[in-house]
Design a protein around this ligand. Sequence first.
Ligand SMILES: [Zn+2]
Length: 125
Amino acid sequence: MNADELMALAKKERAVAVCPRCQALVCKGWESLPGGFDTSNLTRVGSLRDADDEDPTLEEYHPAGTSAWSADAPIALGWFPYNRCDVWQCAGCARPFLRYTEHGGYYTDERIRELQAHLIAPSAA
Ligand SMILES: [Zn+2]
C-alpha cells in the first residue's frame, strides 16, 4: 500500500460517530493494544512493509520535533515504525488503524495507532 492509497483510505467518509466495536481504541498516538480487546473486530486491509527490504530502518521521522509517542507525530512511510505496519479497519465502522509488533529484549508489545489523513507525510517515503 503506498501513500496515495493510504490517504484515500484515511479520507473515506464514515457514517458512524461512536462504534461499539472499536470505541475502546483511543489511540491518536501509538498505544499498546488494550488487554482484552477482541482483535476480530479489526480486518487487515493492507501493509506498509516493503517485501523486498529485509532490514527496514529503525530511524524515525520527526521534522517538527515530535516523538514516537506524540499524537501529532507524522505517519511517515518508509520510516520506523511505519515500515513495519499493517493497515487495519474496524469491521463495524471502517475506522482505519495501523498496527505493528514492538520486539523488546524480553517482551513483545502489540501497538496500534489510528490512521489520520492529516498526519500522513507522503514526501517522507
Ligand atoms: Zn468501529
